[in-house]
Ligand binder design. Structure first.
Ligand SMILES: [Fe+2]
Length: 192
């Protein structure tokens, strides 16, 4: 496996071997992900990573680089072609640290609000452009969406569990509908 990835995994396992909870571990993982994003070999490899999302049909894929058999944490990539966006979604119970490796996109964040009639809705509470080197911390249940800019964008994602088997919620802003479902399809991808 790519040395930078091997090093990252060893450090993550170290965090799990010492005391702490996911909140603490994932906060501590941010500088580790930063180091990984700076790795020239990883950046080179990312040029040829496949992207097979089909947003029109609600189909998204993550490259699955690693899933830890003891602690369950996962290392993914999400590749977006120019102009592609994600649905408004959360990650269910999964903790996430998301780093932008290449490209650039806009991240929207939402919070749940109750309308005058008692109906639930979403209010946008964040709208910011992110570029390579940016690292986002996404606790369980936080609602967000990403909208890619004019370039291909590659995100490297550390998660506390596999979103292919952990339910999450997708939100339709127009209709207010919510769908409980699994996250992106997990496609094993060797980084050797
Ligand atoms: Fe997400």
């Amino acid at each position: 496996m790519l040395p930078a990835m091997q090093d990252f995994i060893a450090k993550m396992r170290g965090l799990y071997e010492t005391a702490g909870d996911d909140a603490e571990r994932f906060e501590k993982a941010r500088p580790y992900l930063q180091e990984l994003l700076d790795d020239p070999e990883l950046r080179k490899r990312a040029e040829t990573w496949p992207s097979r999302n089909d947003p029109e049909n609600g189909h998204y894929e993550n490259l699955l680089f690693y899933e830890d058999s003891d602690y369950g944490f996962v290392l993914n990539a999400l590749i977006k072609e120019p102009g592609e966006g994600t649905p408004v979604h959360d990650h269910g119970e999964v903790w996430t640290v998301y780093g932008v490796l290449k490209g650039g996109e806009t991240v929207h964040r939402y919070r749940r609000v109750s309308g005058a009639g008692g109906e639930d809705g979403l209010e946008m509470v964040g709208d910011h452009k992110v570029s390579p080197g940016y690292i986002d911390f996404v606790p369980p249940g936080e609602i967000h969406a990403e909208y890619n800019g004019p370039a291909r964008t590659v995100g490297i994602i550390l998660r506390s569990g596999n979103v292919g088997t952990n339910p999450q919620t997708w939100y339709d802003l127009e209709t207010g509908e919510r769908e409980r479902r699994f996250g992106p399809k997990q496609v094993p991808y060797a980084l050797d």
